[in-house]
Structure formats: structure tokens, C-alpha cells
Design a binder for this molecule. Structure first.
Ligand code: SF4
Length: 330
């Protein structure tokens, strides 16, 4: 179920991911998920290499790790592009407002977020893998944003996780823009079960943050809340946490259910606990009952509609432990 009041997430996108054939070889990458996502989020495409004046096609560039730090060079021409790329990245990111996430091209010396080859001074030997120059600036400027690359998003567990975090940040954005302790408390109440599933310790810290009087400045409070929320959603939840939360929510609707329904839920929960069915089994069942019979507080819980469910329609591998880790897949 999508929530029409959720602000449209704003996502900075590497331009070569389905927008323009601007890669060094004159090609672009098409991804089904990104095509589908384009109907739900506002993409802000950017190609840092075009922005610093490189043409299409162009000679490849690479990152060299030296004693004085990392440099971005174009071996075929001998050009050092470090300063122009660094300057562009700083200027572009400083001007960005209201951004919830980034989807960047993997392995690129500009856009790769973690798997870009970093070469030795001989320009050939791969010393390690890390972030490209633009992506490193993104991670520094926006430590709380949802950031992924297109390759990792082919995995539906990562997609689900990315979307959950992205939409939570987008829902928080209007509140963070006009900080208001009461609005923050209402937001927190709606996200309680989601946070309980993802990170109970961080939920406790957020509870304290909102109840204590130590943050007189509401802008600081909103900033700190956003940081902690993003951190809470930065890792996949433990499946045992999800089971605890589902049992808790089930308790609120079980009186309205038939014995057969109750038995069905417990059977699905047991199947999930034993790794025989995915989480979507008990979650989907409970969601339908919560929407029909649940009290308003429960119906509003983002755990049951963290992002538009239509976004789960793109197929893809689920990873090594799909049954225990997926929450919302169809
Ligand atoms: S990876 Fe980044 S710099 Fe390279 S073509 Fe794509 S958008 Fe441009």
C-alpha cells in the first residue's frame, strides 16, 4: 500500500544509468528496477565526468594512490583531473538541498561507492578497491543519505533495505525542514515498529532524545533525530526482532480473527522462523488484518507500508538467506 502523503523521495542518479549514453565508451546501462523506480521518485541525474568537460566517447580515467593521496588521471593523455573533479563535486554537493538518496554507477573512478579499482603508481596494479572521487565526496557530505549502486540494487534484499531507508528519510524531510518537536514525536510513533524491527537500541536512544529536555534547539533535535534514524535503518534487521514485533502486532488484532486465521498466522510464523517460507508470508497476512481490524495507531505503522509495494515487482536474486531476511517481497 503506498501512502499518498509521503513526499516523493529525491534521488541523485548517475546519468549513465538509463538517462543518457554518457559512459566513456558511449554507452549507457539499463536497469529494470531504475526504470520502475523513476515513476515513484524524483531523479536528479548527474554525470560528473561530463560536468568537468570530458567528451563522449573518451579515454578511460583511473584513480592512482600515491604518497600525496589519490589522483584522478587519464593515462592516454596524461591529464590530471583530480582538482577539476574535486572542485565540481564540492560545488555540486554543497548546492544540493532536500536529497534523500543516491544511486551511483558501480566501479566507476568517479561514481563507484565501494568497488572502484585504486591503482598503484604504475597505473596498472590494483592496490585496493574503494570509492570514486565524486562518490567519496557524496559519502562525506551526505553521511545519513541512502546510498547504493545499481549492481547491488539487483539484489532484492538490498533493494528492499534501500527503499525502506530512502522512504523513511523522505517522510522525515518536511519535518526536518521546519523542526517541530511534536511533529517529530508523531513521526516517531508511526515508525516505532519499524525501528523496533531494525534496531532496538537506537529506538531507545531516539525515545530518550525526544523525551529529554537536553535539546532546546528544535533544529538541532531534528538533525540529531535524522542522523540516528538513518543509522538505525543502516543494517538489515535480525529475523528474531521481526518475529517479536509481529507477535506484538498480532496481539492487537487476534481477538477479531477466527480460530482458523489465528492458526494460519502461527503456522506461517513458525514456517518463517524455521526458514521454510519468506517473511512476506506472516507479514503479508498480518498487514491485511491490521488494515481491516487494527487500531489506528497500528494501521499507521510504516512497518506495514514502508514504501510503495509495487516496487517489489522486479525480480532478482535474494542472497544467501532469502527466507530469513526479506520482509516485503511478493
Ligand atoms: S559513471 Fe558517473 S561519471 Fe561515469 S558516465 Fe556514469 S555518470 Fe558519468
Amino acid at each position: 500500500m503506498s501512502n499518498s502523503r509521503t513526499p516523493t523521495p529525491v534521488v541523485v542518479l548517475s546519468r549513465c544509468l538509463g538517462v543518457e549514453a554518457c559512459r566513456y565508451n558511449g554507452k549507457m546501462i539499463r536497469e529494470d528496477f531504475l526504470r520502475q523506480l523513476s515513476s515513484y521518485v524524483k531523479f536528479r541525474p548527474v554525470c560528473p565526468e561530463l560536468e568537468i568537460g570530458l567528451g563522449v566517447p573518451r579515454d578511460p580515467i583511473r584513480i592512482i594512490a600515491g604518497d600525496g593521496g589519490r589522483t584522478l588521471v587519464q593515462p592516454a593523455t596524461g591529464r590530471d583531473l583530480t582538482r577539476s573533479m574535486t572542485t565540481f563535486s564540492q560545488e555540486f554537493l554543497t548546492k544540493l538541498n532536500d536529497v534523500d538518496g543516491f544511486i551511483l554507477k558501480s566501479r566507476s573512478p568517479s561514481c563507484g561507492i565501494r568497488d572502484t579499482r585504486i591503482h598503484d603508481a604504475d597505473q596498472e596494479t590494483v592496490r585496493e578497491r574503494g570509492a570514486g572521487i565524486f562518490a567519496a565526496a557524496v559519502l562525506e557530505h551526505f553521511p545519513d543519505a541512502a546510498v547504493e549502486d545499481e549492481k547491488r540494487l539487483r539484489n532484492r534484499i538490498r533493494r528492499e533495505h534501500f527503499l525502506t531507508r530512502l522512504y523513511a528519510l523522505a517522510r522525515l524531510r518536511p519535518i526536518a525542514r521546519r523542526p517541530d518537536r511534536e511533529a517529530l514525536r508523531r513521526f516517531h510513533a508511526k515508525n516505532r515498529l519499524l525501528l523496533m524491527t531494525f534496531n532496538r537500541k537506537e529506538l531507545d536512544r531516539l525515545d530518550k532524545l525526544l523525551s529529554g529536555g537536553r535539546e532546546p534547539d528544535e533544529a538541532d533535535l531534528a538533525k540529531e533525530y535524522r542522523r540516528r534514524l538513518s543509522n538505525a535503518l543502516s543494517r538489515n534487521p535480525r529475523y528474531t526482532s521481526l518475529i517479536d514485533v509481529l507477535i506484538y502486532a498480532f496481539g492487537s488484532v487476534s481477538k477479531q480473527l477466527t480460530d482458523r486465521d489465528r492458526a494460519l498466522f502461527l503456522e506461517r510464523l513458525s514456517g518463517y522462523r524455521n526458514g521454510k517460507i519468506p517473511a512476506s508470508g506472516p507479514v503479508g497476512l498480518l498487514r491485511s488484518w491490521v488494515l481491516r481490524h487494527g487500531p489506528r495507531d497500528l494501521r499507521n505503522q510504516t512497518l506495514f507500508h514502508p514504501y510503495p509495494m509495487e516496487l517489489n515487482e522486479v525480480a532478482g536474486p535474494a542472497g544467501k538467506k532469502p527466507l530469513q531476511r526479506t520482509l516485503y517481497d511478493a
